[in-house]
Write a protein that binds this ligand. Structure first.
Ligand code: ADP
Ligand code: ZN
Length: 210
């Protein structure tokens, strides 16, 4: 199954992507994680992306389209994949279509803007493996340490309150129109994000079935 997860920053796309990945044994592909990895490794692309990410803006379409084009040719995508954070603009969605990639379903996780700031301010991430946590809703076993790989957890610079409003604005202006794009194709499924991650996951799994 080829899936897309859509939703505002902090709506919980990454967490749901992990759950679907476990259930269906298909890779979760996060452009955000791939860009942060490039930044951590100091690659040319990482340096290029950093200024956009830190400002709460989108990285240029051609950069992320290039990343995805290459990633989808990998062997592990043969039986399907979950795109988390891509596409984020109409041109990105059109690029996917033009690559001949067929999407089965788009899961849109809806969380009201008022709740986003609190979710993002408590978010902690592992820069090594990409796992995400929350100081209240999704605590690691040991504070400040990644359950998966043992690396240190940090707060993303773009999760600081001063950048969050810019990211939300970017989301509403550039990403939200994708709902209509996929609705027209009849493949959009809306999930209301719940306080409890397990409740959201139950709704996500249900959405995959209809
Ligand atoms: P979140 O979903 O919490 O906003 P991500 O980790 O998906 O976080 O993305 C972090 C940042 O990486 C975005 O704010 C944006 O700058 C950049 N980015 C990730 N995916 C894309 C994309 N498809 N197009 C453009 N920029 C992207
Ligand atoms: Zn880790």
């Amino acid at each position: 199954m080829n899936l897309i997860l859509l939703g505002a920053p902090g709506a919980g796309k990454g967490t749901q992507a992990e759950k679907i990945c476990e259930k269906l044994s298909i890779p979760a592909i996060s452009t955000g994680n791939m860009l942060r990895e490039a930044m951590a490794n100091g690659t040319e692309m990482g340096l290029q992306a950093k200024s956009f990410i830190d400002a709460g803006k989108l990285v240029p379409d051609e950069v992320v389209i290039g990343i995805i084009r290459e990633r989808l040719t990998a062997e592990d995508c043969r039986n399907g994949f979950i795109l988390d954070g891509f596409p984020r603009t109409i041109p990105q969605a059109e690029a996917l279509d033009n690559m001949g990639v067929r999407i089965d379903k788009v899961i849109d996780i809806e969380v009201p803007d008022e709740k986003i700031a609190a979710r993002l301010s408590g978010r902690r991430v592992c820069l090594k493996c990409g796992a995400t946590y929350h100081t209240e809703y999704k605590k690691p076993k040991t504070e400040g340490v990644c359950d998966v790989c043992g690396d240190e957890l940090v707060q993303r610079k773009d999760d600081m309150p001063e950048t969050v409003l810019d990211r939300l604005k970017t989301y509403h202006e550039q990403t939200e129109p994708l709902k209509g794009y996929y609705e027209k194709k009849g493949i959009l499924r809306v999930v209301e994000g719940q306080e409890d991650v397990a409740d959201t996951t139950a709704l996500t799994f249900k959405a995959l079935e209809d």
